[in-house]
Ligand binder design. Structure first.
Ligand code: NAD
Ligand code: LMR
Length: 331
């Protein structure tokens, strides 16, 4: 007997990421090859956005996806988040050339107040929320604070794109495939202060700094390439990453819904319980494992060198600063 559909809300569904993301969800990449989905597609209540959304919906119809049980296109948040099991919060303004993601906070932050409240009042009480819209850690914090009836543990922000980027850089340097790499932790903020941890990553079973002897590259070019990859893509395309962002969101949700392979971890920005010296209550990226079903636990016991400590502390400090800027939006 076929499973009942999971209801998934996607905001900004007519945007760049939405366009790359929706076929991946509807084809089963996110929730599995036997899991039907109903998509609640949410856009701004403006004619141009809703017209574009209707075109996206026509295309999804035309794909005749066996797992697509239905679609609701709306600009009404109560309808859009009604009874959803997952809310994927993508819709918001992307940065342009020369901006940092944090520069978007004043404009994008307020979006997550209304969406948090609408999720609280309309979604399934066990709804999981993944925030992509930038600055995603702090936007997630805003949504979480405005949805007091949904457990804090159900909120996450996406640093999987950074994890995947870091793996690609390490694979290139070590001359291996990304499948030879695991446990790639991104610490802190999805920003230019994030720290991709080359000491705890595993490359063919060895620690990253043992597999790659060029320590100067690891401490320098590797870190800055990952930290600034989003800006490099904006400079090259004139638009921010979309296909890779959508793919990372598929990985993010898939790996929270399916149990993590033994011994492995993934990077997810979740509410801090103080582990690894990260201030409690911030949404910070840490290594997690999942038992499946959307849950997670922080993987404990990683060794943190003095070098790593300074990098993590700098990113946490930036998150504290972002929180100070939007404190009035925390309800
Ligand atoms: P886009 O401009 O192509 O699309 C955004 C869409 O969101 C538009 O269709 C717009 O109408 C819609 N929108 C805006 N405000 C909305 C609201 N309040 N409710 C519903 N819809 C709304 O942008 P994009 O390239 O798809 O990027 C979206 C966001 O994702 C940006 O903030 C970008 O910086 C961020 N992003 C994050 C990551 C990450 O790794 N966390 C990666 C890439 C992009
Ligand atoms: C990314 O990392 O590609 C996104 O966060 C978009 C950006 O502004 O860099």
């Amino acid at each position: 007997m076929s499973k009942s559909p999971i209801r998934v809300a996607v905001t900004g569904a007519a945007g760049q990421i939405g366009y790359a993301l929706l076929p991946r969800i509807a084809s089963g990449d996110m929730f599995g090859p036997d899991q039907p989905v109903h998509l609640n597609l949410i856009e701004l209540p403006i004619d141009k956005a809703m017209a574009a959304l209707s075109g996206v919906a026509m295309e999804l119809d035309d794909c005749a996806f066996p797992l697509l049980a239905g679609m609701t296109c709306t600009s009404d948040l109560a309808e859009g988040f009604g009874d959803v099991d997952w809310a994927l919060l993508v819709g918001s303004k992307p940065r342009g050339p020369g901006m940092e993601r944090g520069d978007l906070i004043k404009e994008n932050g307020p979006i997550f107040v209304g969406q948090g409240k609408a999720i609280n009042d309309n979604a399934s009480k066990d709804c999981r929320v993944a925030v992509v819209g930038n600055p995603c850690n702090t936007n997630c914090l805003i949504a979480m604070h405005n949805a007091p009836d949904i457990p804090n543990q159900n909120f996450s922000a996406m640093t999987r794109l950074d994890e995947n980027r870091a793996m690609a850089q390490l694979a290139g340097k070590a001359g291996v495939h990304t499948t030879d790499i695991s446990n790639m932790t991104i610490w802190g903020n999805h920003s230019a202060t994030q720290y991709p941890d080359f000491e705890n990553v595993k490359i063919k079973g060895k620690a990253g700094h043992d597999a790659i002897s060029d320590r100067a590259w690891l401490e320098g070019e590797f870190i800055t390439t990952v930290q600034k990859r989003g800006a490099a893509i904006i400079a090259a395309r004139g638009l921010s990453s979309a296909a890779s962002a959508a793919s990372a969101l598929v990985d993010h949700v898939h790996d929270l819904m399916h149990a993590t392979k033994k011994g492995e971890t993934h990077s997810v920005a979740v509410v801090s319980d103080g582990s690894y010296g990260i201030s409690e209550g911030l949404i910070a990226s840490v290594p997690v494992t999942s038992p499946g079903g959307g849950g997670w636990a922080v993987h404990q016991g990683l060794a943190i060198s003095d070098f790593a400590r300074a990098k993590i502390d700098a990113s946490v400090k930036e998150l504290e600063g972002e929180r100070d800027v939007i404190r009035d939006l925390l309800g």
